[in-house]
Design a protein. Structure first.
Ligand code: G4P
Length: 528
């Protein structure tokens, strides 16, 4: 096996999806703890606090107690290298989350054992399904009053229409939660609350009839376990790797992240079951991860991480090849060559210069605005990765300035944020007021705060008489011209110069669609 193939086979790039409060932060922290990437639980939060304290615009985030920015954490466990891509859980930031999911090969879905599938879990799951991202489920908070495991399993099965199979089976719940029986390895893993951060070793059993179980567990607990496992095995499909990797079946682990319980099993499960970097779709062909030449795409841009420098970090997912510091990559959108000398790898506690990186890894490339979401970089070949989407904004507002002299500055700020993917900006064909579109209301507040903090401009967002935005495409140039000529007052350009139709209400949208049946009104657009 070549070094490249070896590195590919050991990489696991994944994201955690969860409804807020299900325990994503706690689980992330524990994964890093077991991965040896951090010494103390609480470090993720502490790091977050420091970062927040440095950055003014994040005040909004702090006040609302939500995590706005996604980041990447690289750690090793059991001879595997994991890249955990964090996704913001708050629903107002789902667009960023959607794009983040284009950069991972699998996902862990965290569910609160008392609440089951919640709205945001379902939305994020649907995005994973669109791309056939395989999902491992972690039912968290088993140390609290939890719902019956059978009930949870059928809820997942029914609401998400996916096959479900338990990978472990909980013994009791709440105060009586004793541990889990590992169904894939036939072993018992008991919970040791006193051991704190040290994980207990599992006790190997020869199946459920092993008398060791009777020695280790109270009689009623063993009886229930035997009965429930027999039922579960009868009712649920057997675990099937292919079906999981195709996104049709999810194995379920039970645990309690706060007590470190079930976390190691989950990590082992990810290492053994989750797929290594998958082939990525580009125009014309699929790019295999063990191709020798470097290719990859930008899925996220974060601007102004340090307000004193207008620097930006482009988060670049490597799709193939062995990246070495200094490698010259072709930026497909501009055709220019880029010598990548100062890219960083995101370790859990720190960043370090990326000397080497392999497919599945995510590196941060500092730049001054040349790299945008959706951009492809290659070691020479002309290809573009597809599938990094822009979503039509669900809310549109007009932006107003207190000081009209600063209009140019405001435009620059809005363009920066649009390039970062934080919002979309539309320049109407007629009139001078720009419109800003976002997916969730909270983003307007974040934007206003950032415009003030990072550009020193006081701006307000006001209601606009616009209800929806749709990208326009039409294969027939004559029809396109007829459409543009008769809708000039409702047309705008986005920051890339793509044509957008702004409707006043549903009736207006439907009517225009009926009048121009050859014109397509698109809710999503691929970047570039
Ligand atoms: P999130 O990132 O998905 O929003 O969730 P987070 O990890 O912040 O967890 C939400 C709350 O649930 C936190 O409590 C956390 O301590 C608690 N929690 C997480 N995992 C478990 C678990 O396995 N068992 C129990 N009992 N609780 C769990 P909080 O009171 O909101 O915050 P904090 O004061 O503990 O930080």
């Amino acid at each position: 096996m070549s070094d490249l193939q070896d590195a590919v086979s050991r990489r696991r790039t994944f994201a955690i999806i969860a409804h807020p409060d299900a325990g994503k932060t706690t689980l992330t922290e524990k994964l890093l703890l077991f991965g040896g990437a951090i010494q103390l639980a609480g470090a993720v939060k502490a790091r977050g606090e420091q970062r927040r304290a440095r950055s003014d615009w994040m005040k909004v985030e702090r006040e609302r107690g939500i995590s706005v920015t996604a980041s990447v954490m690289n750690f090793d466990y059991d001879d595997r290298t994991f890249n955990l891509v964090d996704t913001p859980g708050h629903e107002d930031f789902s667009e960023d989350t959607y794009r983040t999911l284009t950069a991972v090969d699998s996902a862990v879905m965290v569910i609160d054992a008392a609440k089951g599938i919640e709205t945001q879990t379902r939305k994020l799951f649907e995005v994973c399904r669109l791309r056939d991202v395989p999902i491992i489920t972690f039912v968290n908070k088993m140390d609290r009053e939890a719902r019956d495991p059978f009930e949870l399993i059928s809820e997942i099965e029914e609401t998400l229409a996916i096959d479900v199979t338990p990978a472990s089976w909980p013994i009791g719940s709440g105060r009586d939660f004793l541990g889990c029986y590992d169904l894939l390895r036939d072993q018992l893993i008991l919970m040791d609350k006193r051991q704190g951060d040290v994980a207990s070793q599992g006790v190997k059993c020869e199946g459920l009839d092993d008398p060791k179980l009777d020695e280790l567990l109270p009689a009623h607990a063993v009886a229930t376990l035997r009965e429930e496992v027999e039922m579960a095995r009868g009712l649920c499909p057997e675990f099937d790797l292919e079906s999981y990797r195709a996104g049709h079946l999810t194995p379920v682990f039970f645990g309690s992240a706060i007590n470190n319980f079930g976390v190691q099993e989950l990590l082992k499960g990810l290492g053994e079951l989750a797929p290594p970097p998958r082939p990525q779709p580009a125009d014309g062909r699929m790019v295999e991860p063990d191709e020798p030449k470097v290719t990859g795409f930008v899925f996220k841009v974060q601007a102004n991480m340090d307000p004193n420098h207008r620097d930006r970090i482009a988060f670049f997912r490597l799709c193939s090849g062995h990246f070495r510091r200094g490698v010259k990559l072709k930026h497909m959108r501009s055709g220019k060559l880029l010598a990548v000398n100062n890219a960083v790898l995101f370790l859990a506690r720190d960043r370090e210069l990326a000397e080497d990186a392999w497919p599945g890894d995510i590196i941060g490339i500092p730049n001054h605005g040349s790299l945008r979401i959706g951009d492809t970089l290659t070691e020479g070949e002309d290809l573009r990765f597809t599938g990094v989407p822009s979503f039509a904004p669900e809310l549109l507002q007009r932006v107003r300035l207190d000081d009209p002299m600063r209009v140019k500055h405001l435009r620059k700020a809005l363009e920066h944020f649009a390039e970062e993917g934080a919002s979309q900006v539309f320049k109407p064909m007629l009139g001078s007021d720009w419109l800003v579109g976002v997916v969730g209301q909270l983003q307007f507040e974040v934007l206003a705060a950032r415009i003030e903090a990072e550009y020193g401009i006081a701006a307000r967002f006001e209601t606009a008489s616009v209800d929806a935005a749709r990208w326009i495409e039409c294969e027939d140039p004559v029809e396109m011209k007829r459409f543009v000529d008769s809708n000039r007052a409702n047309l705008a350009e986005d920051h890339d110069g793509a044509l957008v139709f702004l409707s006043r209400n549903t009736w207006h949208m439907n009517r225009t669609q009926e009048d121009f049946p050859k014109v397509q009104f698109l809710k999503t657009r691929e970047q570039n």
